[in-house]
Design a protein around this ligand. Structure first.
Ligand code: GLN
Length: 472
């Protein structure tokens, strides 16, 4: 059997099948064998049993984060409180994948519990390893999806991005991560973390695959009242347009202290490359950037505290049986939720409580508008904004877990896009001397997915970072 098949991108796989060089079944057995071989080391998937691998696969299988509902298959957000939860329905994205003639693996990818985190260490199942360096984190919260794609145990994957959870792990694992505009992809069936920030997106081996998968999952959905009903271009045929004359803004607030010099120089080199292709690079300012992390941790925790109220032992997953209802609630939540989830529920409940609501939540919402307006103004003078995806490459497992503030700061480059609702992509743009991938983030105005994919594709064509493979 040809083991190399597991390394194919979705586009390559589709082409090979079309040319009758292989049949899908050969690919499935290569992929499943590779999962069995590599997953015990990388731990990108959770609940790996032979049974879990026994779904009937069709087309190009998609690996799905554990917070996206798959009918009849465990969807637990990697939380003990959802142990054994099997949704009676598919998320809209999963339904769309099935309707396109493809399938989803019943095996789900690892994540920080309820997507709270930047390292996948907050999973009930323990951390995933970074395929490039096993003692490092893959990023988070979609670290399982990113590591699965980077280790070729997934063709492509779905993740969710509330403050960077697709782009940051994609950057840490050397793959392409795309967060669409808020409202572009239905959130129906995505277990909510912070409803005004959450967005489902893609993790893929290259930009072409991102375009193909977005073509499948984007679109209006009456089941999600925040999903937007505007026409969707064909993202695949939008690839390859000349970028001469496009204006790229580089916000000075993102190039300050805390930025690893190796990351900085990788971004600078990429900007020169884009200039060489005819882009015009200019210095811009996003004045309210320094407020993004504090605003996010008020808004996101407030929404999370409300969204998580439903996990009380009555309707879903875990129930600790007790004599009376209050003890049942208290002990189910006490035992079922991890430290980070509890921290966020406490923070969010506080920010929403009487007497503090105006001082924290309301004020944060106002500053959120200022952050959004920074972007709207910036996109009057440029077509794209480029920043590092993260200030550093992947950090070591355990390095930040005891210091929540340090962990929160690792999202400093990605969070603003969620507050503003704009789309963003992370593409591989280099390696540190330790051999860890570096990601470049490209942001665009609302609903500019097609343009974003195009510039990322043009950049990718000129580089070979996305072709590098970890030695597993
Ligand atoms: N790391 C950020 C957080 O902990 C973002 C997570 C996410 O995007 N789901 O909230």
């Amino acid at each position: 059997m040809n083991k190399e098949l597991a390394f194919l991108t979705a586009a390559q796989l589709i082409e090979r099948v079309k040319q009758k060089e292989i049949v899908f079944e050969e690919f499935y057995s290569a992929l499943l064998d590779r999962i069995k071989e590599i997953n015990p080391k990388v731990k990108a998937y959770v609940r790996l049993t032979d049974d879990a691998l026994n779904t009937s696969l069709k087309g190009v299988p998609v690996s799905v984060k554990d917070n996206i509902c798959t009918e009849g298959f465990n969807t637990e957000c990697c939380s003990k409180v959802l142990a054994g939860f099997r949704p009676p329905y598919d998320a809209t994205v999963v339904r769309k994948i099935k309707e396109s003639g493809n399938s989803c693996l019943s095996l789900k990818t690892n994540m920080d519990e309820f997507a709270f985190g930047s390292s996948t260490e907050n999973s009930f199942y323990g951390p995933t390893c970074n395929p490039w360096k096993m003692d490092c984190v893959p990023g988070g919260s979609s670290g399982g999806s990113a590591a699965a794609v980077a280790s070729d145990t997934a063709v492509w994957a779905l993740g969710s991005d509330t403050g960077g959870s697709i782009r940051q792990p994609a950057g840490f694992c050397g793959i392409v991560g795309f967060k669409p505009t808020y409202g572009r992809v239905s959130r129906y069936g995505l277990i909510a973390f912070a409803s005004s920030l959450d967005q489902i997106g893609t993790l893929t081996k290259d930009v072409r695959d991102a375009a193909i998968l977005l073509n499948i999952i984007c679109g209006h959905d009456p089941m999600d009242s925040t999903s937007v009903n505007t026409p969707i271009p064909d993202y695949l045929s939008g690839l390859g347009k000349d970028i001469r004359g496009v204006r790229i803004g580089v916000p000075r607030e993102y190039f300050v202290e805390g930025l690893d010099p190796q990351v900085k120089s990788a971004i600078k080199e990429s900007l020169s490359k884009l200039e060489g292709l005819g882009a015009i690079v200019k210095d811009i300012s996003l004045r309210h950037t320094s407020f993004a992390v504090p605003v996010y941790y008020i808004v996101a925790t407030a929404e999370a505290s409300s969204n998580l109220a439903r996990f009380d032992g009555v309707q879903y997953g875990l129930r600790i049986k007790e004599e009376n209802l209050t003890d049942m609630y208290v002990n189910t939540r006490g035992e079922g939720l991890g430290d980070e989830a509890k921290r966020r529920i406490i923070l969010g409940t506080f920010a929403l409580s009487h007497g503090y609501y105006d001082a924290y939540y309301l004020r944060a919402q106002k500053v959120r508008t200022l952050i959004k307006n920074d972007f709207i103004d910036a996109f009057k003078e440029c077509d794209y904004i480029i920043t590092p995806t993260s200030p550093t490459a992947a950090f070591r497992i355990g390095e930040k877990i005891d210091d929540p503030l340090k962990m929160y700061l690792s999202d400093i480059c990605t969070i603003s896009a969620n507050l503003a609702g704009i789309p963003g992509i992370s593409v591989p743009c280099g390696f540190t001397k330790e051999g860890l991938p570096v990601g470049m983030q490209i942001l665009g105005n609302h609903f500019s997915e097609e343009k974003l994919l195009n510039i990322a594709y043009i950049y990718e064509q000129e580089t070979s970072w996305h072709e590098m493979k970890p030695n597993l």
